[in-house]
Design a protein around this ligand. Structure first.
Ligand code: ADP
Length: 329
């Protein structure tokens, strides 16, 4: 339903999106994940024909965003980060206005207005001015305007930003309910959002594609590496953080050791193993042989957040100038 090939978008001194390619199948709900400034909004603006790419192509619902923008716009609903709501309009007027802009009229327009209002749970605020709505309601009206012409593809930019936890829950439910009928890409910098709402994930960082996979696969792929919580206690004298860290890092199969905290003379570390390596026995022996006690050793869950940091760390260490600082030209 969406095919992006070698997409690049340069602003004057910034490469906001750098040669990314991905595709999204019909009916899927996909999380577009990346920190602020990663290039999510820019990509979405290209997909919705708000601006042309510098290089590369994007096809949405079978049409090219450059060659057939009108066809694309007919088939795409867009919820920008700050939906363009006119404060002096009532909800019902606004929906009618947007519906007409999208080519609906007469009884079909009325029918769609009713349907989307019901779907987005805004029937009780039809007569209210947009300026008087809570943030949660404004977001739902934003969703209603995005789906009024029943588009094949929905593109939602940070749809839960600025909402309270209850509103976030409601909005996520609403979005999930829309999948199937629509193919959805939603951008977020919040990892649990992807875990809770999406089937697939596209991760970008500094304009580059970092990973694209199902949420399940991505989590499995990276969980091959184990993260252990290790607490070392002193026996004959105080512990030296650097010495303990060095010894743990020296164990074969350990890929990362990070100091977490110290209390009552004990030191707590997070130890990550290389994929498929079991180091518990060696680790216990190393601690005891060094003359310390092993106070705790257990698996620490790897969150999507850690996965994300791990994936993007390699990118960041590659010595690139961040896109936001205007280095790459
Ligand atoms: P995200 O949505 O992931 O936060 P954006 O697509 O908004 O990222 O931005 C990507 C990069 O492009 C950032 O470095 C941002 O500063 C830059 N950028 C975005 N819009 C413009 C613009 N209109 N002019 C110049 N630079 C821009």
């Amino acid at each position: 339903m969406i095919q992006v090939e070698g997409l690049t978008k340069r602003y004057a001194r910034t490469v906001a999106v750098d040669n990314i390619s991905f595709s999204v199948e019909k009916g899927k709900i996909v999380g577009f994940l990346g920190p602020n400034g990663a290039g999510k909004t820019t990509t979405m603006r290209v997909l919705t024909c708000f601006m042309p790419p510098t290089e590369g192509t994007a096809r949405v619902a079978g049409f090219d965003v450059m060659q057939q923008p009108l066809e694309v716009k007919k088939r795409v609903g867009y919820l920008p980060e700050n939906p363009p709501l006119y404060p002096e309009m009532e909800v019902v007027e606004y929906l009618e206005f947007v519906g007409r802009l999208k080519g609906l009229q007469g009884s079909e327009l009325k029918r769609r207005m009713g349907e989307v209002s019901e779907r987005c749970a805004i029937t009780d605020v039809q007569g209210k001015l947009l300026s008087k709505l809570s943030r949660g309601y404004r977001q739902r009206v934003g969703l209603a305007q995005a789906i009024i012409h029943n588009p094949d593809v929905l593109i939602l930019d940070e749809p839960t930003a600025g909402l309270d936890p209850k509103q976030i829950n409601e909005t996520r439910k609403l979005i999930k309910g829309l999948a199937g009928d629509h193919t959805i890409i939603l951008s977020t910098h919040i990892l649990p959002e992807v875990e809770q709402t999406c089937e697939d994930v596209i991760i970008i960082n500094r304009g580059r594609l970092v990973a694209t996979d199902s949420v399940e696969n991505l989590t499995h792929r990276l969980r091959g590496a184990e993260v252990l919580a290790v607490e070392v206690a002193p026996r004959d004298g105080p512990l030296e953080e650097a010495e303990v860290q060095g010894r743990l890092a020296g164990i074969e199969g350990v890929s990362r050791v990070e100091f977490r905290e110290g209390h009552n003379g004990r030191l707590r570390f997070e130890v990550e193993t290389a994929p498929g390596r079991s180091v518990r026995g060696d680790l216990a022996r190393a601690v005891v042989e060094a003359g310390w006690d092993l106070h705790e050793l257990h698996a620490a869950a790897m969150s999507l957040e850690e996965i994300f940091l791990q994936l993007t760390a390699a990118e960041n260490e590659a010595g690139e100038t961040p896109a936001g600082e205007g280095g790459a030209a």
